[in-house]
Design a protein around this ligand. Sequence first.
Ligand code: NAD
Ligand code: DAU
Length: 339
Amino acid sequence: MKLLVTGGAGFIGGNFIHYMQRAHPGYEIICIDALTYAGNMETLGGALSHPGFRFVKGDVADREAVFALFESERPDIVVNFAAESHVDRSIDSPDVFLRTNIMGTGALLDASRQYPVRRFHQVSTDEVYGDLPLDRPDLFFTEETPLHTSSPYSASKAAADLLAQSYFRTFGLPVTISRCSNNYGPYQFPEKLIPLMFVNALAGKPLPVYGKGENVRDWLYVEDHCEAIDLILHKGRDGEVYNIGGHNERTNLEVVKAILAELGKDESLISYVTDRLGHDLRYAIDPRKIGEELGWAPHTAFEEGIRRTIRWYKDNRAWWEDIMTGAYLEFYAKNYGGR
Ligand code: NAD
Ligand code: DAU
């Protein structure tokens, strides 16, 4: 079996490659990644020397490069993680989100038609459903919830989902889509809530909480997401969407306080800052379909996952300290300065 993994030098794609090499050591894995600010060869580390692994530096929106790769590699399965993934950056500069997330997915879908694949898996997000009200804890996102996006990021992901579904319906391409809730774990870029709070707290810097910190996210340990995708690739039904989440809802403030408690740091580090524009209130996944159809359930409780993740960030300082230079500091100043 030959897998083409796009965006594999990023957070979830990198964890997925490590996971698949453990779960299916005989599979060939080709990773294409443009190595944007979010891509890091250090994330792949030991995966690079695994037999059957190849890395190609390339842009998924570069159609010529994508077709050349399919021509030479002829993958059986495509798993599309490559994306611009940070909501705040999409509010600042939507263009690159349209290019990578929509045009990139389009190029991969066309190549997958020309060089037929057994499965095209689109890694999507629960953000395509928009948000749920804070005062209706009985409501959850199901696969039938209408798409209703809030940010340029989520709109670009929804566009990619619709495109992928159209290739199933119109051309019979064997597409599956997964929509997962917020992930956390090793190798997450310190622009996202959980790793940002770790690295700031470790440095004794303020922890910027948007608004009142009452927005709710449904957190999942990244390895549980990887296992769900593996199951979908092997047992999922063509044309289907699978929501992935573990009923682990927390307000942002609860998450930040749990991190401070775990690190033994004082809550006075919390700094309330101006809210994100269009800020989604609550995400909450109903994971019944993937549980009943594919037998998936998460293994990692939040407290255990946070402990493991903090341990990883403490043990792997070089990985994140190397990132937190020039362009990162510029982004930080732009996003948080005067907020
Ligand atoms: P990330 O930002 O950490 O990684 C993205 C990777 O894609 C990077 O390695 C980057 O270099 C690469 N990339 C970006 N543009 C590219 C291009 N044009 N061509 C090739 N490679 C390119 O993102 P992540 O958090 O790992 O998310 C991966 C996928 O999972 C995304 O599609 C995202 O929408 C989805 N997702 C993320 C979460 C989450 O909580 N992080 C939850 C659900 C779904
Ligand atoms: O739900 C899945 C999505 O989760 C993925 O599709 C996205 O790629 C991923 O980035 C994530 O989106 P969020 O916007 O939910 O994640 P983020 O870590 O940016 O923010 C989580 C919550 O924390 C959100 O309510 C905003 C808030 N926040 C975030 C940052 C970076 C803060 O309060 N302060 C911050 O500094």
